[in-house]
Design a protein around this ligand. Structure first.
Ligand SMILES: NC(=O)C1=CN([C@@H]2O[C@H](COP(=O)(O)OP(=O)(O)OC[C@H]3O[C@@H](n4cnc5c(N)ncnc54)[C@H](OP(=O)(O)O)[C@@H]3O)[C@@H](O)[C@H]2O)C=CC1
Ligand SMILES: CC(=O)[C@@H](O)[C@H](O)COP(=O)(O)O
Ligand SMILES: [Mn+2]
Length: 430
């Protein structure tokens, strides 16, 4: 049994300092107002972040919003929150946005600066008035704006896990160099972070990530070959975007979260375990050196971890439904099935290889997930093509990749997935 103390000095969050900060006044009493740049405002994370801002305008002000192509929703968000800057995915969407705003009577000083494309997302993330960036864009597209925001010393409320999975080796040194806090918003990592408040250095022995088990947790493994996209997009507990919902169905989401935990908390891969907990009430646990286990509980509602990522180290009083354990009546747990879900072991293997391998695996997963949703490959092909990409990347593995290296590996891995998918098709056709 491993007794090694984990090294918190590698973690971007300093637990001793955190402990002292929890002695501060509640956020409401400090009169402090967080000024937020929100990336992915029209998605699941984005809209739930805005729910919080609408409920607590005295605590949270929306400075800038980056959306993709949903200009209808973005226009409504502009009318409600009056951000100073917004961005859309491409320039050709700008006239449609302006037309919606005009129809809604948004004019004059209420009109934000409108930007577009990759540069627009960076400008939105780096707005001078923002102190905190919520990263709710999906996929590796979140990496570069996050990097630029770190260089502008913005606190990062991290929902976009792909940023750390792909970019961990280059992003962690940047956090240190610029003295920036990265506060987890992913529900499991928020739970771990909450449990660690007050843990002295060296006290953590093990991280236990809980997993819902995803859409197919009750399906026999043999049936996975015939699942449809609609089946995979049905999450049992959480209402999330399409990419993460499919990741949950393959359990790659949990694999990604193992790597995310490694980078956020400095834990060794041998000290990060997964347990399937179908009720999604315990959002994760930490085990101390003395075997005491501490967990964080709550209904499966992303507003809670998002709120904590914005209010940390304070707590904001909310009117959400209280957790009712008697009503819940039972909580269950079981081992993850690593044969049925090969993505779990692929993620541990990528994490242990380290360096650029997690970027290759992350990009391969993103592309495989996307072409599964387009019905180019089947559900069980997802881990197959990821494995092909990881094998191919071993020859070019970089121990300490730069951001540029990571972007290049990401591009290469996506192309390699398409190659592998075409070969699979030929095999099936032969
Ligand atoms: N949803 C959840 O509960 C959780 C999500 N996360 C993570 O948070 C991130 C977001 O997930 P989620 O909210 O579910 O995803 P969604 O698909 O619901 O939302 C994605 C958002 O990103 C925008 N977007 C996508 N591509 C681009 C692009 N190229 N340029 C600009 N904007 C773009 C979309 O815009 P538009 O719709 O306008 O096109 C949308 O606002 C992911 O990394 C996920 O892993 C982590 C934990 C929980
Ligand atoms: C809400 C959240 O944080 C998701 O990452 C969620 O945990 C996905 O559920 P799975 O446990 O099924 O991956
Ligand atoms: Mn999660």
């Amino acid at each position: 049994m491993r007794m090694a103390a984990l090294d918190f000095s590698a973690s971007p969050v300093n637990t001793r300092e955190t402990f002292q900060r929890t002695m501060d006044l509640a956020l409401e009493e400090t009169g402090a107002k967080k000024k937020i740049a929100l990336l992915g405002s029209t998605g699941s994370i984005g809209t739930q972040t805005l729910d919080i801002c609408r409920e607590k305008p005295e605590n949270f002000e929306v400075v800038s919003l980056a959306a993709g192509s949903n200009v209808d929703l973005l226009a409504k968000q502009i009318a409600l929150f009056k951000p100073k800057m917004v961005s859309v995915a491409t320039e050709d969407l700008v006239p449609a946005l302006r037309e919606r705003l005009s129809d809604m009577g948004v004019r004059g000083a209420d009109l934000p600066t409108v930007t577009s494309g990759a540069e627009g997302i960076v400008a939105t993330a780096c707005h001078d008035d923002a102190d905190t960036v919520v990263t709710g864009i999906v996929g590796c597209a979140g990496l570069l704006p996050t990097v630029e925001a770190i260089k502008r010393k913005k606190t990062i409320a991290l929902a976009n896990k792909e940023t750390l999975i792909a970019g961990g080796p280059a992003v962690l040194p940047l956090l240190k160099e610029y003295g920036v806090d990265m506060v987890p918003a992913d529900s499991e990592h928020s739970a771990i972070f909450q449990c660690l408040q007050g843990f002295p250095p060296g006290a953590l022995r093990r991280i236990i990530l809980t997993a819902s088990g995803g859409a197919f947790r009750d399906w026999p493994a043999a049936d996975l070959a015939k699942v449809t996209v609609a089946d995979a997009l049905t999450h049992p507990n959480w209402d999330m975007g399409a990419k993460i919902t499919v990741d949950s169905a393959t359990m790659m989401n949990k694999g990604l979260e193992v790597i995310e935990a490694h980078y956020l908390f400095g834990a060794d891969y041998d000290d990060i375990d997964i347990v399937v907990h179908p009720e999604s009430i315990i959002h994760s646990m930490v085990e101390a050196q003395d075997t005491s286990v501490i967990g964080q509980l709550g209904w499966p509602d992303m507003r809670l971890p998002l709120l904590y990522s914005l209010s940390w180290p304070h707590r904001v009083r909310m009117s959400y439904d209280k957790l009712d354990l008697a009503k819940l009546s039972k909580m269950t747990f079981k081992e993850p099935d690593r044969v049925k879900y090969p993505c779990i072991d692929l993620a541990y293997a990528a994490g242990r290889e380290g360096g650029s391998m997690t970027a290759a695996m992350n990009a391969a997963n993103e592309r495989a997930n996307e072409i599964f949703r387009k019905e180019v490959i089947s559900f069980v092909d997802i881990p197959r093509v990821i494995e092909v990409v990881m094998e191919a990347h071993k020859a070019d593995l970089m121990a300490t990749p730069s951001i540029e290296d990571i972007v290049n590996v990401d591009l290469w891995a996506r192309g390699k997935v398409d190659e592998a998918a075409a070969q699979l098709k030929e095999l099936v056709g032969a």
